[in-house]
Design a protein around this ligand. Sequence first.
Ligand code: FES
Ligand SMILES: [Fe+2]
Length: 388
Amino acid sequence: MRLERQREIVAWLLAAHEAGRTQLADEPLRLPVGEFFDTELFGREQRTAFRGCPAAVCLSSDIAGPGDHLVVDAGGVPVLVVRGEDGAAGAFVNICRHRGSPVVERAGQRARSFRCRFHGWTYDLGGALIATPYGDDGFDGIDRACLGLVAVPVAEAFGLVFVRGEGDDPIDVDGWLCGMGPEVGDFGFGGYRLFDRWTSEWPCNWKLLVDTFLETYHVFALHADTVARYFLVRPSAFLPFGPHLRFHSLQKSLLDLKGTDPLGWELLPHGTVEYLIFPATVLSYSVDHLAVYRFLPAATDRTTVELALYTPAPVETDEQRSHFQRTLELHQRVSGDQDFTQQAKIQRSLASGRAKEVILGRNEPAAIHFHLSLRRLLAEAQRQEGGR
Ligand code: FES
Ligand SMILES: [Fe+2]
């Protein structure tokens, strides 16, 4: 993030702290508990927000060289993302054209081709079917040239790779990010290195999990024995970019800047900057690492969380390794044991049917923005379907 932008934000935050203010939404938002249980709504969210919108699935560096590949989920569509021989990112439905087996089961590097484990059909990096061993006369009348992996839209910009599980229109990343792209691009995430991944399953709705990144109101209470001593409850600040947003979790050290020369102000050493790439990818930047959270809904009350921790430079020494191992464990403790565990408890208690709604306060404006953006998108999709 550019220094001028950081200074502007610091100035706003210090003035807000001085005045005892924080950023407020226009009004509280009451969310009916059906938001977290309604299977019809869940189906629309999957179709519209997860399959119909571009999903930020990985960093460019996850597929740094030709043949490097990942298997990702785009609204329930299994997608193989691969760096082609020509250096461009490709993406294909990860379903073998023979009998539907997944072609690739895990991430890997420098593959020359992909061989399905079931009967060995083999595809090149561009998805073309190049071998059907022992299948010479088994598929007479079927044109193998038409049996390549099905391509899905893919685009790469600002150090990120986007795919869309449905539709043929090309992805315009810049347009989709509504102005947030260049700011994200400034961080240079495309050159970051993966340290490690952690995948976990949670018995709760995906929106409850995303919400935990969008307010610091809970920090003093829920995180009392972990990070509360470092972070401010308020002020907090966010900036919307279309349905996406930037959110700040601020450390108390920010207040040390009061009374110092504004030309020396920087925001980034004093907290975490989070970018929510709608609907459910969170880039959480701290001064020495990037944590990327992806939320993959499986049912109204079941969500997979994929966390990947990246570092700006290669981790070479034992000391660095144990530092980033501790960082990953802190994410697991704070997000997993505290935030996500709390949301699972909320899902269980709401399932009793004895609460009609939950309320997001005006002091939780980023969470309100997220829910209203989702509502708007779904309403728009319904209007378009109705108009057909
Ligand atoms: S299902 Fe892939 S080769 Fe048969
Ligand atoms: Fe939290």
